[in-house]
Design a protein. Sequence first.
Length: 223
Amino acid sequence: MKKILLTTVILAAFTVSLFAQADANKTEIGQSSEDLTALQVANDLARYGYSVESSSALIGAAEIYSQVRTQPLGVQPERSQGALATPAAREFDPAALLRDARRFAGSDTTMLTWASEVERALNTQTRGAVGGPKYDWDVIRGREEITYRIDFRANQIAEAVVLGDGSTYLDIYVYDRNWNLVVYTDVYTSGARALWVPSYTGVYHVRIVNWGTRNNLYEFFTN
C-alpha cells in the first residue's frame, strides 16, 4: 500500500507538470497518446529519482519503461555537423534504474521487493510491437540540427517528442516531403512535443534543433 500510494502521488505530480508544459505548446492538437505520455512521465521520474536519490521514483520509472511497448526507430538521422558517436545505451536504461534504486533503498525491504517484481517483468516483457511507439536516443551538439525521415499515415494524429538532459533548449520542426514547414514548437525547455495530422501517407522530415552551445543527450519518441 505504501508503494502504491507513493507512486500514485509522484505520477500525478509529474503528469500535472507535463500537461502544464503542453498548454504552452501552440502546435498541439489534442492530447498526447497514452504511451508517449507515460514515457515522458518515466523520464521525469528518473530525473527526479536521481536528483534526490529516491528509490521509489527510479523503480516507478523502470516499471513504466517495462510496460510501454516500444521499438527502435530504425532510421539514421541526418546531422548538420557531421557524424558523432551514438551513446552506447539509452540515458535511462530500466536495468540501470533498478540497480541504482536498490543502492538508494539500502535495507528498505518494501523497495527491494518492488524492484525485484519490476525486474521480473523486464525479463519477460516483449518489445517491438507493430504499430507501437518508436524511440531513438543520441547526442546533439550545441547549435546542431538533427533530422529524421519518418513515414506517417494520412489523416491520423502524428506525434514527435524530444526529451533532453536539461542542459539546453530543444525544439522540433516538421516538414513534408517537399520541405514545406508543417508544424513547429517554440518552448524554452529541454523537451518539446509536436502534433499534427499528415495530409498524405509517406515521409515527413522531423528536425530537432539545439539552440544552446552545449551538447544535449536526448531521447526521441514518435507515434
